[in-house]
Design a binder for this molecule. Sequence first.
Ligand code: GLN
Length: 466
Amino acid sequence: MAYGTISEIKEALRSGESALSITKSYLKRIKEFQNLNAFIEIFEDDALRQAKDVDAKIANRTAGKLAGCVVAIKDNICFKGHRVTASSKILDGFESLFTATALQRLIDEDVIVIGRLNCDEFAMGSSNETSVYGPVKNNLDISKVPGGSSGGSAVAASAKLCTFSLGSDTGGSIRQPASWTKTYGFKPTYGRVSRYGLIAYASSFDQIGPFTNSIDDAEIITKLMSGKDDFDSTSSSKNWDIKVNEKGRLAVISEYLQHPGLDPEVKTELFSTIAKFKKIGYTIKEYNFPFMEQLVPTYYILSTAEASSNLSRFDGVHYGFRSEKANGVEETYVKSRSQGFGKEVKRRIMAGTFVLSHGYYDAYYAKAQQVRRLIKNKTNEILNECDAILMPTTPGTAFELNAISDPIQMYLQDIFTVHANLSGNPALSIPWKLHSNGLPFGLQFMAENFNDGFVLNLCKKLEKEL
Ligand code: GLN
């Protein structure tokens, strides 16, 4: 059996399955789909033990909301007593000393954690090809990449190797692979979900979020994970349920609709969807967004700057891998880092160090911060007048493995997703259409800050109406 949603799990439990039998069927399925390379490690014994505990709780009627559900986690989310490496050699052998708050909140509701999932090294990438464990294959077409950086999480949810999975989104790493695997991917508002226990890439962008096979599930899971956490000072205490007055107006951005990189079929679908929304009574308002050209550069200046600082802790002394051939402190740092980090991570550490360096700081880092403010202001201005901004998630569909070697070409895959990370807004990618090449692509909705519940429910409604 394959279970893809929380409601399917509830149904299975009602019809006599147990958490244990459900967990076993997931374990079997994970092994059947090993060729996808989505799982780095299966927590088999642990999951079976958890399942038995959950069954005891079900019998006692003390089970939580996620009893019977099985989650798999991106390899940058800490789970106490289990390995975590961010798919990097530099964290080889490292074990988490604590559990990420977001995950703990799901465990408190009796979710079973079945394993950790492949991703781009330190979540840097758009194709899941920079992992030390090798690339993940797209379950819908194994000659294609699943997207990244949370490629393993996308494939695990899409192939129903778990009830839902967790990923992280710094510049699109949940929404972009969701678009390419026909799943729902949600990046919550920055601050909605605690980052405690998420291995940091770019701290002012990173958010944990779910991959699911329904909007209901994205809502249930994000709501459970969200809320103030004393271990993350940027986490917000704002209520999940915020009263929002619906305006019946959706925004589109001219520069996005007309972007030369947009696949012609994606573009055609975008226009026909806009027409449908009009037909069912929505007003569509078109805006100019004068910072289109600045989105990707601003993102890469700021995220690499933050990464160069965050990744300085991996020095061969404090965590994981240490070069065996090194003599003395300096050489240990240099050799461990040279051997432990992959090419893309090194590129970003160097770029980030450069934009922060004396003499270039004002021209790059400080300037990018100013542009980020302009992007936020313009986004808020649009969302003051509209319920959501409607846009493609990705310019096209999943590409062949090894097809893109130029880093800039790879960075441009994020053109429609980095916007929400720069501005902090919640953004959801929903499965939308199949391209004539047979591959899926998603549609993205971005809403006002902390309107996470609102945008999920709006999409639920729009999905039904369409
Ligand atoms: N592809 C983007 C990058 O490489 C986004 C990654 C992410 O969201 N973690 O930085």
